[in-house]
Design a protein around this ligand. Structure first.
Ligand code: NI
Length: 230
């Protein structure tokens, strides 16, 4: 499932983040990529221990923790600290699949990357190109979102970023280990959760709907019990 999550950051938060990022210390993005990915990766990045990255990363983590759509869709177990990149002057990232295992810096803890996320911090009209192209079972999806919006997609997907031919594309990117490893199971749980929420909104005072809603909520939790690792 590829899911767009709007308004992860408010316009004010995006503005503050961009001011900090404009004066940050950008380094060659290939430094943090594996051998094969490094050849395909042509962008700039903040070091993982960069103070700006740590500060903004924490803000993003807090925003996600209170975002119901993200929590329902990702069922996160562990989030890697958000990283930041910038594409400019023809920068691009060729077709690749993200590494399956990543280390959380300074901890020795490893996570399995089930979900990849890109949070856009530039408005689409600030740059030409820079489209995130994700291949899924229904074909290629082209993604270029407003600043503050995020795309969540299975880390198993082949994807690439087209060259940024003018302007600059700044974004945050990170990975999530989900409590539910399998994308199909996670998508079913998300659909079920959305349906339960919709029932409550559509008929808040209907007794029969209320009883069904309780049953469906029970099924939701019992499926989580079957499928989740915590
Ligand atoms: Ni990638």
């Amino acid at each position: 499932m590829i899911l767009r999550i709007p308004d992860v950051l408010s316009p004010e938060s995006v503005k503050t983040a961009r001011e900090l990022l404009d004066s940050a210390n950008w380094i060659d993005g290939a430094a943090t990529a594996g051998g094969q990915a490094a050849k395909a990766k042509h962008n700039l990045q903040l070091a993982q221990d960069d103070p700006t990255a740590l500060k903004l990363g924490e803000e993003i983590r807090q925003a996600l923790a209170t975002n119901p759509l993200f929590m329902s869709a990702a069922l996160p177990l562990t989030l890697l600290p958000p990283m930041f990149n910038k594409y400019t002057g023809g920068g691009s990232f060729g077709t690749h699949v993200d590494n399956a295992i990543r280390h959380i810096p300074g901890t020795g803890q490893r996570i399995r990357t089930d979900l990849s996320a890109t949070l856009f911090l530039s408005e689409p009209d600030e740059y030409e190109g820079g489209v995130l192209n994700i291949e899924d079972t229904y074909g290629a999806q082209e993604v270029k979102l407003p600043a503050g919006h995020m795309i969540l997609y299975p880390s198993t997907s082949l994807h690439h970023v087209t060259p940024v031919t003018s302007g600059a594309r700044v974004s945050s990117f990170f990975w999530i280990q989900s409590m539910v490893r399998d994308d199909t199971q996670r998508s079913l749980l998300f659909d079920l959760d959305c349906s339960i929420q919709n029932l409550g909104v559509a008929a808040p005072d209907n007794e029969a709907v209320g009883q069904s809603s309780v049953q469906l909520t029970g099924i939701y939790h019992n499926l989580i019990r079957q499928w989740a690792e915590v």
